[in-house]
Ligand binder design. Sequence first.
Ligand code: AKB
Length: 322
Amino acid sequence: MKRIMITGALGQIGSDLTVRLRRQYGTDSVLATDIRQKQTEAAIAGPFRLLDVSDGAALLDAAKEFRADTILHLAALLSVTAELKPLLAWQLNMGGLLNALEAAKELSCQLFTPSSIGAFGPGTPKTGTPQDTIQRPLTMYGVNKVSGELLCDYYFHKYGLDTRGLRFPGLVSHSAPPGGGTTDYAVDMYVEAVRSGRYTSYINKGTFLDMMYMPDAIEAIITLMEDDASKLKHRNAFNVTAMSVDPETIAASIRKRLPDFELSYHVDPVRQSIADGWPDAIDASSAREEWGFQPVFDLERMTDDMLSHLQERLHSGQVNIS
Ligand code: AKB
């Protein structure tokens, strides 16, 4: 990766990824694009361009003018929004990916796009979910993610395009909020623990899902993209995870630092049914073996880091920390 264009760069992953990549590859070597402009570091501290990924010509123009050799295609609707707006999700998630793949083909770019634990479904083994297994999701998001994995493999086999991907679990971060996801509750819980000392979870106790802290997700993207392609047996997409937790597990970790934290439940049937179709704990051994995936944040380290960053922002007057 030398000249990197990121789509959806002002979202939860892109905000941290853009800043981290500019540190490593140089500010002017990373173009952040998004459908709207925000006054955030990713948008204002380096090259930024407005881009709607459903406009294929505009996406190609942006990559061509920037002389990109890598496209990190992050723009997508997450699971809950996709389930509420399935047609829009198909158009944006699949249309945007197709446009990114076509631009990458035209310009001979490397391409990364995230898949998700949402690519699995109720028929998938719940624990130790293997890299290669049954993928019959019942959600539009899941259908998009499986189709996206297949499409990226297709471009690799048919055109020799260097496509690589990760099946992300829920990602926890403090700088940019997630939006429209099922696993967002984990981020919300940390924010509310610091802001109000209590949180009402829309996901029920006992619902275990994989999670990972954002710095590990970002290092995983960079390591995978920089890895020698000849070592990869898989491409689209690798299982990655750092922990399997339910709301009670996270609350217990928060209470070790904030003993008065209160957790209650008001379960949302849409989000609960999405979570019920996902694995409890996936197996990331292919990622470890093929390119050395090694997350450093476990639950306790993540809780320490999340709470200290959020508390710092609260005390510096940024009360509206999400
Ligand atoms: C979501 O909850 O939709 C995402 C995901 C796990 O893909 N965070």
